[in-house]
Design a protein around this ligand. Structure first.
Ligand code: ADP
Length: 456
């Protein structure tokens, strides 16, 4: 790559050495080849500064831009998180379409495009992240920018028949086609993207995997995101957190770890676990579900409703089945330090990862990486997590079916060691081979034209 790599994401990490899988991967990638990271400073600002301002420099530069209160409400809370997030997660009924929010979203994207135009040199390659910036490339093209532009959608691609629920549906294909590479988590996402272009524009996919539409040609690319698998395994090995859990020796620990979000299927998970508790045979071990779920986006109404439903379900199950020395569901609504989390994963006999819709789900990969290969736990994974495409050796379940979840729990908690080891070995292979470094390489190879034929 001759030019610089310019990365754009909603939030820019402000620490010199950021933490968290994706952020670290992008940091490493920029450190290795130099470039610039641009993102918003996060919260709404009472006195937002004009334009981009530098917040750090070193191996690469970081620039932030501020959002006003109105921009934060319309662009971030309103359109990105109350329209695009529910629609793309197949929950169109939770959309809150409000006057001014789409305009605010487009205005932030147009403002950022104008700032970027002044910044870009002809050889620079731009990599845009996620649903906050879907129209950014189209705004840049309108300003005459011809640089290579890639995009990665971290969340699911919407189902074509849901798209008309978006008032801006007619613009969506133009936003997407403005990129050179449009990265998606799974082949199923690519298929949904192809169907959208077929249905709305009659555009088909060519032999090289590209789609010609809206006066351009772009490559929809399945590029599943990974984790730093070896690093996470090491953290789990060193963590003491598992030993802090007090449980009777004949009881098993089942673990759930999620942001508190309606896409994660937490109510259904509690009901599935409740069904296991209720229908458990003598040969099935007694188990406790430890659910760690810190709240997110609390200023969006749908999140408050879900939190109440979850409290009620957990309370009902514990009230109905709990005993003086055993609580079926332990529920922690706080973030947990990363190394503690790794130790809890390692201690758990089963990882229960049951989203109703999820772009990838990194928790599934972290659970596998954290296991002791000589005595691994069993991953129970929703069919609707993007991770299910790579992780067929997990127990794949339908999260809407409490009976099936209960059966999978019984199978996981009584699984012979040989089968647990064989399943884990297959899962570990996919997690360690297709790790976070593999993901950045695959995407950038496609974007910069290296190996184009090979990845297409
Ligand atoms: P999403 O991006 O939708 O939140 P993912 O499963 O892909 O879902 O990623 C979630 C990330 O956040 C994982 O790296 C996970 O370890 C971390 N995480 C989730 N819940 C917690 C928690 N309670 N405490 C600390 N980290 C958490």
């Amino acid at each position: 790559m001759t030019g610089r790599l310019i990365m754009v994401s909603n939030r820019i990490p402000t620490e010199a050495e950021p933490s968290g899988g994706l952020v670290v991967a992008l940091h490493d990638c920029l450190t290795a080849q130099g470039g610039t990271w641009i993102g918003s400073s996060g919260e709404a600002r009472e006195n937002p500064r004009d334009g981009l301002y530098q917040i750090a420099s070193g191996d690469y530069d970081r620039y932030a831009f501020d959002l006003s209160r109105e921009e934060f409400d319309s662009y971030y809370l309103g359109y990105a998180n109350s329209v695009l997030w529910p629609l793309f997660h197949r929950r169109a009924e939770l959309m809150e379409v409000q006057p001014g929010h789409a305009a605010g979203y487009l205005a932030v994207n147009a403002r950022l495009a104008a700032m970027l135009k002044g910044f870009l040199r002809p050889d620079d390659v731009l990599w845009i992240h996620d649903y906050h910036f879907l129209p950014l490339a189209a705004c840049l093209r309108e300003l005459g920018v011809q640089n290579r532009i890639g995009f990665f959608l971290h969340i699911p691609f919407p189902v074509a028949s849901d798209v008309p629920a978006l008032p801006e549906a007619d613009a969506l294909t133009g936003w997407i086609a403005a990129h050179d590479v449009f990265g998606l988590q799974t082949q199923a996402d690519v298929n949904r993207c192809v169907i959208l272009f077929e249905q709305r524009l009659g555009a088909g996919i060519s032999g090289d995997g590209t789609i010609a539409a809206e006066g351009r040609r772009f490559l929809p690319l399945a590029c599943p995101i990974g984790i730093d698998a070896k690093g996470f395994r090491a953290v789990a090995e060193a963590s003491q957190a598992g030993a802090r859990i007090s449980m009777a020796p004949d009881q098993k620990l089942v673990l759930g770890v999620d942001r508190l979000d309606y896409s994660k299927g937490l109510v259904q998970r509690f009901e599935g676990f409740g069904t296991y508790v209720k229908t458990r045979r003598d040969s099935d071990p007694k188990a406790t579900l430890l659910q760690i779920a810190p709240p997110s986006r609390e200023d969006v109404e749908a999140y408050q409703d879900m939190r109440e439903a979850l409290d009620l379900t957990a309370g009902n199950i514990n009230g109905e089945y709990g005993e003086i020395d055993w609580t079926p569901i332990r529920y922690i609504r706080r973030p947990v330090p990363r190394d503690d989390l790794a130790g809890l994963y390692r201690r758990a006999a089963a990882g229960l990862v049951t989203p109703l819709a999820d772009g990838m789900n990194l928790v599934a990969k972290e659970y596998v990486a954290a296991q002791d290969p000589d005595d691994p736990g069993v991953l129970i994974l929703s069919h609707f997590a993007g991770a299910a495409e790579q992780m067929g050796a997990a127990l794949i379940i339908n999260p809407y079916d409490a009976g099936e979840m209960a059966q999978a729990l019984s199978q996981a908690l009584t699984m012979p060691l040989d089968e647990r080891k064989a399943r884990h070995a297959a899962l570990w292979r996919s997690v360690v081979e297709q790790d976070i470094g593999w993901w950045t390489d695959r995407f950038l190879n496609a974007l910069t034209g290296r190996d184009m034929a090979q990845v297409a």
